[in-house]
Design a protein around this ligand. Structure first.
Ligand code: PHE
Length: 394
């Protein structure tokens, strides 16, 4: 009797530990209950606008899917973690989402440095991760479970270099970048390379770190170099202050930036000093396409604010994940990873999403002009050799 019980106990223990072993092929989020999706982002730190907007977009997409019956009858359940915008915390919360909550997939982060810290955890556990908006190329290079639904920074840097050379006729550029940010350091290099290859000259290279409040030393050096434009690939928290100080020093050259400027708080910090500057970004709320206008109207009705690029990319990341789960017919990790990798011409709010062999999306960028606390659409720049319908003769 005792022996039988012992044997039973042993078998049960073995069975349970096998069922919990994901690498053995049993994946997180399996079964017929809700599909658990982990979202992680900065909800309380220096870049909390990014995390909040993305969360809004992710939740709106999940609600739409759930209201329409879910995925093969299963509802999506988002489990959210705040990483306070810090790389080490991003790694910690992702580990928790994987091991404790046993999510089927991860959505996040926004800031490239945070994605870079968390992605190895997802890769190690073989849980698919889709970053909505991290643009540094290294993020998806972490491994074959790491994807993104946005373009990457070699392209984003080139977009602003081309715009300054062609549209603003700039010959001399200064650069002021965030030394501790993978995103900012990357864009600095990519812009520089591209601007120089257009025949332009970089006349001053200066840096700061997140949290700095006095940029007068760097800006004084930049003023002395007499640039036509100043490229500042940073996040909104510092940009507003930099913009103010640029004007205080009597610098007339416009500031140029990237997607990292995109936050409603930018206008509180920089006010009228921001007028006449430009950024590259993922989409424009002014785009007249019916799909975008429907998204903008629905988002506004729900959150009472216009959706920034983070919200749109968060929304797209959830929709792309749901589409992949549906095509895979399971949340089993290998099949789900392959289905995400096979995403083709998915109609996102931020453009057609096709995942390329490096697990990145190749999409056009928009250039927006800052005017009276608004990002006004200026132009669209497509990647070379992109999906634009062009005649080929080879
Ligand atoms: N692309 C930025 C990064 O990689 C994040 C970002 C995306 C910020 C979109 C704002 C808007 O760090």
């Amino acid at each position: 009797m005792k022996r039988t019980l012992l044997a039973l106990l042993l078998i049960t223990t073995l069975f349970v530990s096998f069922a919990c072993e994901r690498r053995g092929g049993v994946t997180n989020g399996g079964g017929s209950g809700p599909i658990l999706v982990g979202y992680y982002g900065d909800l309380s730190g220096r870049t909390s606008s990014f995390g909040q907007s993305t969360k809004n977009g992710v939740e709106m997409a999940a609600d739409e899917i759930n209201k329409a019956g879910g995925i093969d009858g299963r509802q999506i359940q988002i489990i959210t973690e705040d990483d306070q915008g810090e790389p080490n915390k991003a790694a910690t919360v992702v580990t928790k989402l994987i091991n404790q909550d046993r999510v089927a997939a991860l959505l996040g982060e926004v800031a490239s440095s945070n994605s870079l810290a968390a992605a190895p955890k997802a890769q190690e556990a073989k849980v698919p991760m889709i970053s909505p908006s991290s643009t540094n190329p290294a993020v998806t290079q972490v491994g074959d479970y790491i994807f993104r639904v946005c373009f990457i920074d070699p392209f984003q840097g080139e977009v602003m270099a081309k715009f300054s050379a062609n549209n603003l006729k700039a010959k001399r550029a200064a650069i002021l970048y965030d030394f501790n940010s993978d995103y900012s350091r990357g864009l600095y290099q990519f812009f520089k390379r591209s601007f120089e290859s257009q025949g332009g000259q970089i006349v001053s290279e200066q840096s700061y770190t997140q949290g700095d409040r006095d940029f007068s030393g760097q800006l004084t050096a930049i003023r002395a170099a007499n640039p036509d434009v100043i490229y500042v690939p940073g996040y909104y928290g510092e940009i507003g202050v930099i913009s103010n100080q640029t004007k205080q020093l009597g610098i007339k050259a416009p500031l140029l930036g990237g997607d990292g400027w995109d936050a409603p708080q930018l206008w509180d910090l920089g006010g009228a000093s921001l007028n006449g500057n430009y950024i590259s970004n993922h989409y424009s709320v002014d785009d007249p396409s019916p799909a975008i206008q429907k998204f903008v109207a629905d988002y506004k009705a729900r959150y009472n604010i216009l959706p920034d690029a983070l919200a749109a990319l968060g929304y797209d990341s959830m929709k792309v994940l749901a589409d992949a789960i549906k095509r895979a017919g399971t949340t089993e990790n290998v099949k789900l990873r392959d289905a995400i990798a096979q995403t083709k011409n998915f109609p996102g709010v931020t453009g057609q999403i096709t995942i390329d062999k490096d697990r990145n999306a190749v999409k056009p960028a928009v250039v927006l002009k800052l005017q009276n606390s608004k990002f006004v659409y200026e132009t669209t720049i497509s990647p070379e050799g992109s999906s634009e319908p062009v005649a080929t003769n080879n």
